[in-house]
Design a protein around this ligand. Structure first.
Ligand SMILES: [Zn+2]
Length: 482
């Protein structure tokens, strides 16, 4: 209390305050205080505050720890009642109700707890060792498992798509979380194609006949029919009796290869090797070819395994030398140009021509022949414009290591004979009276070639042997007329 007021009051004893008035004053003051407190308490709010806010999101699997709440009214605190539960093993929204009361006041607040799943599922791919997919074929599933932290095994919900060499796997859990994985498809093929030969595994042919492929199929496990990829190689030679093979090879896109073979047995109709010919020897010789008739002549000769001699010329493209050689016949020289005026103009001109045809044969077949026949024969008179040339040449060719041949049976196919019958008759009539016949024919004439099979059949039937000329064969030389 203020000192001066107290002093002043004590100095005015005349104005005394009664005890009753003190009590009254105190009562009034108390009443005012009570009323004031009542008014303050009556207007104040009971505050209920949630820790960590009103909304809580909880990942599935996390346990819910109640953060609690506090209740207060002015400086008074009170307990908070909590109602409601959170089941964090089940997705959903949970409501927790908090309530408190104090001084007759109550407060209620709710909190929402969401249990959510934001975790994506997993897809696990199985791999079989050595598994592969055939090109062009569907991928064979090796297996997969899809698991979700909430849904569990959701393998049956996996959606698959194949694109660009991959298998794409996708799965979505009930909360919309997506998992995607992909698997590269391993394409491979380790199985060789199946190669099947149509027709017989062994084909029997008469010499001179062409081999006609009976066909084949090749089936690959990945590519299907790959018959067009089959490659064939063969050593077949229709002109020479023997056993040959055709090799078939097919390889798929992955390098798997299959190979098989077919046998071709080529045999001749007639002639067997004769050591001591009964009826004699016939040397069939053909001049001025090859021509368009030569191949079928070779076929006929092969059919009977008859060897002949071809005095070839270098004109007209000189085809079929290889086939003549393949048939085992004697390749011999006639002339490069067959131009009498040119080759009989001089010895040099003659040899130049002779070496030219020898070289052509060699270039084409590797055969260096020394067998020759003069154009017109050694007895020709077309060379008389150069007196004595044949006398000199017949000596010179032998001096240079050549053997020249004339003939002793003329088919006359270059002159009087114009049909196969005439050629045939001329030849067999000539051969009948001889033990050694060197027959002149020209394979540039179709009718002459036509007569050959019958000549051979007649000869074989009558005990003749057909042979090709060699350097030591009878030469059937003519008397030289120039
Ligand atoms: Zn000729």
């Amino acid at each position: 209390m203020d000192e001066s007021i107290a002093t002043r009051r004590s100095r005015h004893p005349g104005k005394k305050t009664s005890p009753m008035s003190y009590i009254l004053a105190a009562g009034i003051a108390l009443l005012i205080l009570v009323i004031a407190v009542a008014i303050i308490l009556g207007t104040a709010q009971l505050k209920l505050v949630l820790s960590q806010g009103s909304d809580i999101t909880l990942e599935y699997g996390q346990s819910y720890a109640e953060p609690g709440a506090s209740a207060s009214l002015l400086f008074f605190k009170t307990d908070v009642q909590t109602q409601g539960q959170v089941d964090s093993s089940k997705l959903g929204e949970y409501t927790i109700t908090y309530s408190a009361s104090l001084f007759g006041k109550t407060a209620t607040v709710q909190r929402t707890v969401k249990v959510v799943d934001t975790t994506a599922p997993t897809i696990t791919l199985m791999h079989n060792e050595n598994a592969f997919t055939l090109p062009g074929h569907e991928y064979q599933e090796e297996g997969f498992v899809a698991e979700d932290n909430y849904d569990g095994d959701i393998t049956d919900r996996v959606q698959k798509m194949v694109a660009d060499g991959y298998v794409h796997y996708k799965v979505t859990d009930t909360s919309g979380n997506v998992a995607e994985v992909k698997r590269e498809i391993v394409y491979n093929d380790i199985t060789a194609p199946e190669l099947t030969l149509l027709g017989n595994a062994t084909v029997y042919l008469t010499a001179g006949k062409d081999f006609v492929e009976p066909g084949f199929t090749a089936i690959d496990d990945a590519e299907g029919d790959i018959s067009t990829k089959v490659q064939t190689t063969t050593d077949f030679n229709k002109y020479t009796p023997g056993t040959y093979s055709v090799t078939y090879t097919v390889t798929d896109n992955y390098g798997n290869s299959t190979q098989t073979t077919r046998k071709i047995v080529v045999s001749a109709v007639g002639q067997q090797p004769t050591i001591d010919p009964v009826g004699g020897v016939i040397y069939l010789t053909f001049d001025d070819g090859p021509s368009q008739h030569t191949l079928r002549l070779l076929d006929v000769l092969a059919k009977y395994d008859v060897k002949a001699t071809f005095f070839v010329v270098g004109t007209a493209g000189i085809g079929h030398l290889e086939e003549i050689a393949a048939g085992g016949h004697a390749l011999a020289m006639h002339s490069n140009t067959h131009d009498y005026d040119e080759i009989y103009a001089s010895e040099d001109a003659f040899f130049k021509d002779l070496y030219a045809i020898q070289d052509k044969i060699f270039q084409r077949t590797g055969i260096k022949s020394t067998l020759m026949r003069f154009p017109g024969g050694s007895s020709n008179m077309v060379s008389r414009f150069n007196p004595g040339i044949m006398t000199r040449l017949t000596q010179a060719v032998e001096a240079q290591g050549f053997q020249y041949f004339d003939w002793n049976v003329d088919s006359k196919d270059a002159g009087g004979a114009k049909t196969a019958d005439e050629v045939y008759n001329n030849v067999i009539n000539g051969c009948k009276t001889r033990s050694v016949s060197v027959v002149l024919q020209h394979d540039i004439h179709g009718y002459s070639v036509d007569a050959v099979e019958r000549i051979i059949q007649w000869g074989l039937a009558n005990g003749y042997t057909f042979e090709a000329l060699t350097p030591t064969s009878p030469t059937a030389h003519h008397p030289v007329n120039n």
